[in-house]
Structures are given as C-alpha cells and as structure tokens.
Design a protein around this ligand. Sequence first.
Ligand SMILES: Cc1ncc(COP(=O)(O)O)c(C=O)c1O
Length: 395
Amino acid sequence: MKYDFDQPVNRLNTASLKWDGAYVFLGEQAKGALPMWVADMDFRSPQEVIDELKKRVEHGIFGYPMCTQSYYDAVIGWMKRRFNWTIKQENIHYAPGIIPALNYLVQVFTEEGDCIAIQSPVYYPFTNSIVNNNRRVVLNCLKFEDGRYTMDYEDLEQKLSTNKVKLLILCSPHNPVGRVWSKEELTKLGEICFKHGVLVVSDEIHADLTLKGVRNTAFASISEEFAQNAIVCTAASKTFNLAGLQTANIIIPNKELGLKYNNYMKKLHLLKPNIFGQMATEVAYNYGAEWLEQLKDYLQGNLEYLTSYIDSNINKIKVIKPEGTYLVWLDCRELNMKGEELKAFMLQNAKVALDDGYLFGPGGEYFTRMNIGCNRKTLKEALMRIEWAVNHYRR
Ligand SMILES: Cc1ncc(COP(=O)(O)O)c(C=O)c1O
C-alpha cells in the first residue's frame, strides 16, 4: 500500500497537545503559531493499526487486559529483525511511557542525594526525572565541533570517578542533536560505565527512526557484559505515532534488576497494559515495516527540503544534520538571541512554536528544535515564516 504523507489531517480540536496545547501551555503569544514543537507526527498510523483498533472498539467491551503471548512475540520479533537483538520474554517489562519509566528507574536504582549523569544538551524530562526525585545531576556535556556532536569520554571518566555516579541516562539516538551513536561510540561509553559501576539506562525510543544509510545499535546487543549492566527503554510510540496510547517496553536482561523493577511496579499496581496500546504495538511491529520505510523516505525528503531552504534563504541559522529522529536542532547563534528572547522571537515574530534550546540544558541556549514530522506544506510554511521574521525583525 502506498501512503500519502502529503495528505493534510486536521488535528485541531482533537485534544492534541501539539496543536491545541500551544496556546494553553505557551501562552497568549502562541496564538496563531504553527506547531512544530511536541514530538509527535501529523501523520496517521499504519492502516493495519487503525483497522485493528476499529475492530476492538466495535467489540465494545473494555475490561481489564493482560499481556498476551502474541504481544511478546511481536516485540521479540521486531527487536531481532530490526536490530539483530535477541531479547527474552521474561525480560520485557511494561511501563505506561518512557518518561514515567525513567522516574521509576531513578526511584528503584538510586537513593535520594545520589548522582545521575546525563549528556547535555538533552531531552529535558531526563533532568526532571533526576531533580524531581531529589537526586543530583552530573553533566557530561556533548562536544560540539564543526557542526557535529560527539561524546566527551575524558570528561565522562573524570565525572564518574569523582562523583560516585550510580546511573547514566543515555539518549540513543539523541534528542535533540540527532546523533545515532555508532557501535564504537556506545562501546566506549559502556566500558567507562562498566568500569565505574554505573548502570546505563538507555532510552531508545527513537531507535527505528534512523535516516538514510544509518543503522541504530541497541546498547544491550553489544555484549553480554553491557546487557547485564543496562536497562533499555523502547516503545513503538515515536515510530508509529502512538504516543497517546501510553505503552512502552522496558527491557531488563539482568534478572536481579528486572525483579527489583517488577517489585516496584507491583507496589504501584502498574502492571496492566493499556489494551489499545498493546494491540497497536503488536500490529505495528508485525505489519508496520512497509509503512515505516515510506515514512523514513518522506522524513528524509523533509530534511533535505529544510536543509536546502535554510542554506539558501536563512543564512543566520545553521542546520545540525540529524542521523535519526524527526527533530532538527537549529543553531541560531548568529541571530544573537538566546533563551527567552529567542523563544519570544520564534513565537511572536515568526509565529512558529518550537522547542526552545535552553530547555535542553547547557549548550542549548542559542539553539532551537524543530519537529519535521509533518507534511511538506506545513514545513514550507514554517520555514517561510522564520525566513520572513529573520529578515524583517531586529530585536
Ligand atoms: C528521548 C525521548 N524519550 C522519551 C520521550 C517520551 O516518551 P513517553 O511519551 O513514552 O513518555 C521522548 C519524547 O519526545 C523522547 O524524545
């Protein structure tokens, strides 16, 4: 089946955080702004998923669900086919989302006052999961040279050895900088963490969304040693646009760690999946591969369009070319605006709602993040608005 990602779908008045929430959460100044922020896409999910959910709705009974054998088989099959990663059913644990899971993991595997490392600039709920649980953030900032981000291993080694860090939350692929870490990069990081007894929580929610010629490596697939020292957070939610169905799979190959997580989830009575989330994930993993390939081609086209538009028309903004995700990190240093000022400029003058770089922590102040998981027409409109504002306004 050929999917038409150009087809506009009206998301207004659908309780969409991205489309209906800008005004609510970003305030008056977001009125009329084109939503290129919250990380979901403006595309309908694969038809197979929609058909299966319709059938379930027609059944009309929405009683307590349980995880089925066919669900586990679908998750195991996907990980094997996509990443050559072998996982066992008993190592798959439910969570109602990856951010809730990060919070549980922080609570289970660290104590108040403990240090947790993150690689800034990084998806800001990572910081919240540490600070809101009264733990301490240790920043291992990414290096930024010649328009490319890499990990700073020397700094990591130094920080891990001096701060008694318990946990490192890895973003792989990385939101917002778009890096898909190579096996060599992950190996180096994993070895340092292993040496210092630091547990790695690897958030791989964007793993399926790699761009042309790039393949993601599942952190725990690198070696048994890594697998035993890792908790991998996965979901079909970004890949197939299912975030509202609140379903994630936390893969914990180490039996003892898995037991600890499970006990905690039992205490919270968070054991039952969402029936729609479970069904959608199963069908997407079993039948969604073709849709995903077409989606990735479309996103590649969006990225090429954006890059060429900005290079030709908005020379004060530089595109940090992503290798994965549908999120593009834009270097706005030449606009000479940062933080709240850059935010206000994009919202009020350009009338585009973006994710402000400063939210992602140190290194993000002069940047902004654009979500290109939309049809080309919306993308063109957003770029035209930004170009117009850059050329007409001087704050
Ligand atoms: C790296 C990363 N992790 C987690 C999430 C959100 O996960 P969930 O909706 O499952 O809580 C996002 C959403 O943008 C993300 O980019």
